[in-house]
Design a protein around this ligand. Structure first.
Ligand SMILES: Cc1cc2nc3c(=O)[nH]c(=O)nc-3n(C[C@H](O)[C@H](O)[C@H](O)COP(=O)(O)OP(=O)(O)OC[C@H]3O[C@@H](n4cnc5c(N)ncnc54)[C@H](O)[C@@H]3O)c2cc1C
Length: 489
């Protein structure tokens, strides 16, 4: 079975949900709520607000709840069931990842994609399944949220962040609008969530009617019969080109700057618990070396996505084809490349995302204060000064931001960057499927320790005030002291 699945059985899913409830019960999870309530001017504050309810946000909220931190909420700008890229700009047919990954299951077998799938379609269908169709992955995430009863509110966008005493004030807009307060803020805002789409210089000023970024909404039907240029050689470049070809594009040219296609998925090749748990504890020079090497060697597009393009006779691959300039003309675009001039009706830039926080209005208050690797963490002897890596935030052990100038923005210590931008500091544990549970555990461990330490006086008072006796006093009788006994002998 590849991209279609037969009708599921509801009874199988009900049994799985019962098994999950039992597993949680046996493990005494969720833990009892233990965090004292805080208020701001008489208004109850949240312990943690999570922005984004894609895979990372859901895993973070789930882990917080299991840890007894239940005064938590997640907000997502997208409608329910539409979070993340899966039903919007993810234009591949299946995930790249192997179907067997435990993903956001947080160590609970009944919470895995595999358990969810086999409960409904059986073991035979599991064996027949090749890769996970992307819609099915979204269905699984919807179930994950439902079965754990996670507190997620949709159609709500974070618009501003402000320090409010020891708390953080958040302005939110949409289905719920207003100001709320929280002790910790988790930004699970995805690949584009801290910056935005990376737009190359040669497209600056070019009218948007002629081009789109690969993560834009694109009217592929309008490309029927048209000449299309796709810039890039990554997975998104292939998926967008294939979608256009399948929608009847007249001709699609892949314009690829590199001389050869990257062919080896290096980091996947060395994946291990060592990499997942050890990378963030390595000296900075080693972290730099790993990420720099991965950036230089690049991740190849999946074979299936590449074949989905090349099987069309009207698709062409131009390697070693850098873009010199893009000029608007009356009937389309003139693209000057290192291989000559070409005419197109439309261009799709599959050029990825940036971590430039300055481009996002909701981060205006924090952006200038966020310490990045360029602020002293990078040293020339680590390797070449790659711009995207220099801009990466310099994070603490719980993904918390650090201040560029100590004292200028103290709330950063309580704002956690739980998304792709954390990779240089933490390894790949807050963006992709394979190690997301480890990322959520690391994040929640840090938040737990911080919430406990901040309330340590109250916890100590609880210790001294606790007076529930285990012994009733009638379990023994005091014997006459030995000395007295000797004297009477
Ligand atoms: C096309 C594509 C294919 C991928 N395929 C794979 C794969 O096969 N295997 C793999 O391991 N990884 C894959 N990834 C990488 C990764 O798994 C996904 O990017 C995944 O969606 C990451 O989850 P996330 O929660 O970090 O971000 P997202 O799923 O993007 O969720 C972020 C959420 O934050 C919300 N948000 C952002 N800003 C705000 C705001 N201000 N207010 C409120 N809400 C906000 C957004 O609406 C969004 O729903 C893929 C990524 C892409 C883009």
């Amino acid at each position: 079975m590849t991209h279609t699945v037969p009708l599921p059985t509801a009874s199988g899913l009900a049994a799985l949900e019962a098994r999950l409830r039992q597993d949680l019960d046996v493990l005494e999870l969720p833990a009892k709520p233990w965090v004292p309530q805080r208020q701001h001017n008489g208004v109850a504050a949240r312990d943690v607000v999570v922005i984004g309810a894609g895979m990372c946000g859901l895993a973070a909220v789930a882990k917080l709840q299991l840890t007894g931190i239940d005064n938590v909420v997640a907000y997502d700008a997208a409608p329910a069931g539409m979070e993340g890229p899966w039903l919007t700009f993810a234009r591949m047919e299946t995930l790249r990842s192997p179907k067997t990954l435990a993903g956001p299951a947080l160590g609970l077998p009944a919470l895995t994609f595999r358990a969810w799938f086999t409960a409904q379609w059986g073991d035979e269908a599991w064996l027949a399944l090749d890769k996970i169709p992307k819609n099915l992955w979204m269905d699984y995430l919807i179930w994950y949220r439902k079965v754990l009863n996670l507190p997620v509110h949709n159609n709500v966008r974070l618009t501003a962040i402000e320090q409010a005493g020891s708390l953080i004030a958040l302005d939110i807009d949409g289905a719920e609008t207003g100001r709320l307060f929280t002790r910790h803020l988790v930004l699970a805002t995805g690949r584009s969530g801290l910056g935005g789409m990376a737009i190359p210089d040669f497209l600056q000023g070019v009218n948007h009617r002629w081009w789109a970024h690969s993560a834009d909404e694109i009217d592929f039907a309008a490309l029927r019969g048209k000449r299309l240029a796709v810039i890039g050689a990554g997975a998104s470049a292939m998926d967008n080109a294939a979608t256009a070809l399948e929608a009847g594009a007249g001709a699609v040219d892949m314009l690829i700057r590199r001389k050869t296609m990257p062919r080896i998925n290096k980091m996947t090749g060395i994946s291990s618990p060592g990499v997942i748990h050890g990378m963030h504890l390595l000296p900075d020079a080693w972290k730099w070396k790993f990420v720099d090497y991965s950036a230089a060697t690049q991740t190849p597009p999946p074979r299936s996505s590449t074949l989905r393009v090349s099987r069309h006779p009207n698709a062409r691959f131009f390697l070693d084809c850098g873009i010199v300039a893009v000029k608007e003309q009356a009937d389309g675009l003139l693209i000057e490349t290192t291989q000559g001039k070409m005419h197109y009706d439309f261009l799709i830039a599959a050029t990825g995302f940036t971590n430039d926080f300055n481009g996002r209005p909701e981060f205006t208050a924090i952006a200038p204060h966020i310490r990045s690797w360029s602020d002293g963490r990078y040293h020339a002897e680590m390797g070449p000064p790659r711009q995207t890596m220099l801009a990466a935030p310099d994070l603490g052990p719980a993904f918390e931001f650090r201040e560029r100038v100590p004292g200028n923005c103290p709330m950063l210590a309580h704002i956690h960057c739980f998304n792709d931008a954390a990779m240089l500091t933490h390894g790949k544990v807050s963006g992709d499927i394979p190690a997301i549970s480890t990322g959520a555990e690391r994040l929640v461990l840090g938040i737990t320790a911080s919430l406990f330490a901040e309330d340590v006086d109250r916890h100590f008072n609880n210790l001294t005030a606790y007076d529930n006796p285990e012994l009733q006093g009638d379990e023994w009788t005091d014997s006459t002291p030995l000395l007295k006994q000797e004297n009477t002998l």
